[in-house]
Write a protein that binds this ligand. Structure first.
Ligand SMILES: C[S@@+](CC[C@H](N)C(=O)[O-])C[C@H]1O[C@@H](n2cnc3c(N)ncnc32)[C@H](O)[C@@H]1O
Length: 278
């Protein structure tokens, strides 16, 4: 395991249970969950065998079980895998789990070609492998018929975290900041003690899929309209009918081509191209 990967595993080990609450504790998180859940439901049918990469504490493992799939659960963090075991059992979904493995998204060599109907890599495993994202994506497309992934969005995160981004630019220097904004690679800030990741533009994610032998089937943003103003979201949610309608509008807005770069994450489903032999 290289240094960056070790730090990523440690980060998620330390984050522990906080990661379980991420998709419920805020209105923004709840919308992210809903967008990801519905996107997943379009790809997964009862009886399918699914490989889940970077499964974390199990929100989507439970969803996969509810969709009638069997799941091989994997993550690079032993703590997250253990939390996954506990939460999935508490959610009554353990019967759907075929196996639970420590696995780096870079190395799917233990699995055969097309061993899975669907591979899920939600919440950014592909954001943590930097130069290896192409190899990792090609590996995921090899072992599964369909890949459903989400990565963190560069432009949406810049909008959402503008104040913090300006502060980091001042700390790191404007030249480093220019590099971060042009590449999405937070390693350019040069902060030794911070968690680093690679944020994507939609065009770049599509190019990654295509260069790895895939073709995009569907794409969506997460949290296009619901990224920044938690107070207003809370107000909306105080009237259940207004919240329900807002969620429907937001899910649809996130699918607009003009919205893809504007949320916190970019979701994408892809399949291997017929002409690809590698
Ligand atoms: C933000 S969490 C997402 C968890 C879950 N998939 C979700 O969407 O709620 C990212 C997960 O990716 C895992 N991860 C980070 N680097 C990885 C790598 N190189 N290979 C596989 N998983 C990785 C982390 O341990 C963590 O559990």
């Amino acid at each position: 395991m290289d240094e960056t990967t070790r730090r990523s595993a440690e980060w998620y080990d330390d984050l522990g249970e906080t990661e379980w609450h991420r998709l419920v504790a805020t209105r923004r998180g709840q919308i992210s969950f809903e967008v990801h859940r519905r996107f997943l439901a379009e790809a997964v049918r009862p009886g399918m065998r699914v490989l889940e990469i970077g499964a974390g504490p199990g929100r989507f493992t439970i969803q996969l079980a509810e969709l009638g799939a069997t799941v091989v659960v994997t993550d690079i963090s032993p703590v997250q895998l253990e939390l996954n075991r506990r939460h999935v059992a508490e959610g009554g979904a353990e019967a759907a789990v075929e196996d639970r493995l420590l696995l780096d998204v870079r190395d799917t060599s233990r699995f055969g070609d097309d061993e899975f109907d669907v591979v899920v890599a939600y919440g950014g495993p592909l954001s943590y492998v930097f130069e290896d994202a192409g190899t990792a994506t090609a590996g995921l497309l090899r072992v599964g018929g369909v890949l459903v992934a989400s990565v963190m969005s560069l432009l949406g995160s810049w909008r959402l975290f503008l104040r913090g981004a300006i502060k980091e630019a001042e700390e790191a220097g404007q030249d480093r900041n220019d590099l971060v904004l042009s590449t999405g690679d937070l390693r350019h800030f040069g902060f030794a003690d911070k968690h680093v990741t690679k944020l994507y533009r939609w065009a770049e994610l599509r190019a990654l899929i295509e260069a790895s032998g895939g073709e995009v089937v569907q794409a969506s943003a997460s949290n296009f309209m619901s990224a920044t103003d938690e107070e207003t979201l809370e107000l909306l949610a105080s009237v259940p009918d207004h919240w329900r309608r807002f969620v429907e509008h937001e899910v649809r807005a996130c699918r607009e081509p003009g919205a893809l770069d504007g949320g916190t994450h970019i979701l994408c489903s892809a399949r291997r191209r017929d002409d690809h032999t590698g």
